[in-house]
Design a protein around this ligand. Structure first.
Ligand code: ZN
Length: 442
């Protein structure tokens, strides 16, 4: 299925159902910022789209950061004196603080207690906690279970390794007619959480699959990497190619019921910002736009002042903006195929604008050209023009070689797809000449 098909509401729901199946497959994997969970995740992406994988050795300096040792975990538990696992990693990988150092000790509840984390307001949810850069260990538990623990001798085991290895990421690069690029970035470092971040991985993969099915003007680079350190590592290794990036989008949290939320780039007036505002405002979805802030996901790195790339972010609920965020309640029941499908539908409309926006010149600007004789206008008079006919008039009136189709679509308050269709039809009759193409090829 192609991006064209994704732009249809009905067909996007089929994509959404397939994306949900992918979320289910991704969900059980114990991911972190390094390790075999990331590799298994990228294997599943690689089974769907062609990817190039990269392993960056632990200790590599990336700007002010260092690639950490690689973390892997096989098992973890807390057993009471009766040998019963009162906390068990095999039940949920959220039970272990990610990046916990290995532990094998017997201790009292008083000694164990500082290493246990819970959410008292939601006593049945297991929190998700990490300790990437400070050597530590801990368990995350339901508050209800925490309260039921009695003083005892507990056998504590975290069978993990923190050792020199590498940070893994993957890129799916889809070359277009131009080497100018659209960067799509999604993080792949969270364990069993469905919305954050299995939904982002699934949506980015579906988009790459759709984009691979059709011709496009720009080149597309989908990056699947761990959050923060992965984005920083990617930037450090790709600095010389950043000038090719025309537009960028960070994707995540795209399967929950919240309205689609676009977060502006730090520039605030990049084409991707204007395109997202236009797309979300014209395709009939519940949506909102947030101003940029230097907090959130990896837009923080791309929009840092040393790069200031035109990269926005698309989520549904934003990070920390839904109660289930970073807890076991961010599970498969929070995510639905119809939400994933709608997210894909919106992405397809946004990417269409990025790929197809251009400027044109009306070759017959003195009075309206006669559209009927060119088969562009409905032959029956009396009835007002439809949306497409309106789009023809707008494109002819506004195409002075300076205004882009996006500007025209915004002024006309018509979906970009309709304006683009009108421009294509006018171009076929010779009434419109692409100006941006001349600019691109000279
Ligand atoms: Zn997160």
């Amino acid at each position: 299925m192609s991006l064209e098909q994704l732009k249809s509401r009905e067909q996007s729901s089929e994509f959404g159902a397939r994306a949900y199946e992918f979320v289910r497959e991704l969900f059980p994997i114990c991911r972190s910022i390094t390790g075999d969970g990331v590799r298994r995740t990228l294997d599943l992406v690689a089974a769907r789209v062609p990817v190039q994988r990269y392993e960056v050795p632990s200790g590599t300096q990336v700007y002010d950061w260092q690639v950490p040792p690689e973390w892997n975990i096989r098992d973890a538990y807390v057993k009471d004196s009766g040998g019963r696992r009162v906390i068990d990693f095999q039940q949920s990988n959220l039970h272990v603080v990610s990046y916990s150092v290995p532990v094998r000790q017997t201790m009292s509840l008083t000694q164990l207690r500082p290493h246990l984390h819970s959410i008292p307001e939601h006593p049945d949810w297991i929190p998700y906690r990490t300790s990437y850069y400070k050597p530590a260990w801990g368990f995350c538990v339901r508050d209800r279970d925490l309260r039921s623990l009695r003083e005892d001798r507990y056998e504590v085991c975290i069978d993990s390794t923190l050792a020199p290895g590498s940070l893994t990421y993957a890129e799916c690069y889809l070359p277009g007619a131009s080497s100018e690029e659209v960067l799509i970035f999604t993080h792949v470092c969270h364990p069993s959480l469905a919305n954050d971040n299995a939904s982002g991985i699934a949506v980015a993969t579906e988009l790459a699959m759709a984009m691979a099915q059709q011709k496009h003007q720009l080149s597309y680079r989908f990056v699947f990497a761990p959050g923060t350190i992965g984005a920083i590592t990617w930037l450090a290794r790709n600095e010389s190619g950043l000038a090719r990036i025309r537009h960028g989008l960070v994707l995540g949290l795209l399967g929950d019921p919240g309205p689609l939320t676009y977060k502006m780039s730090a520039r605030g007036n990049a084409l991707v910002d204007r395109a997202a505002i236009h797309a979300l405002g014209t395709i009939g979805v519940a949506s909102r736009v947030e101003e940029f802030s230097p907090y959130g996901y990896d837009e923080r790195q791309f929009c840092s002042p040393g790069f200031d790339l035109p990269v926005g972010r698309l989520t549904r609920s934003a990070n920390e903006a839904y109660p289930q965020y970073h807890s076991s309640a961010d599970d498969l029941s929070l995510v639905a195929g119809r939400h994933l499908g709608e997210s894909l539908f919106a992405c397809a409309h946004l990417l269409e604008i990025l790929d197809c926006d251009g400027t044109y010149t009306n070759t017959s600007p003195k009075c309206e050209p006669q559209l009927g004789k060119r088969g562009l206008y409905r032959p029956t008079g009396g009835k007002g023009p439809g949306q497409f006919e309106h789009a023809l008039l707008w494109v002819l009136n506004q195409s002075n070689g300076q205004r882009s189709l996006l500007e025209i679509a915004s002024r006309a308050r018509l979906p970009f797809a309709v304006i683009r269709c009108a421009a294509d039809a006018l171009q076929r009759t010779g009434l419109l000449r692409e100006t941006s193409l001349e600019a691109r090829t000279t």
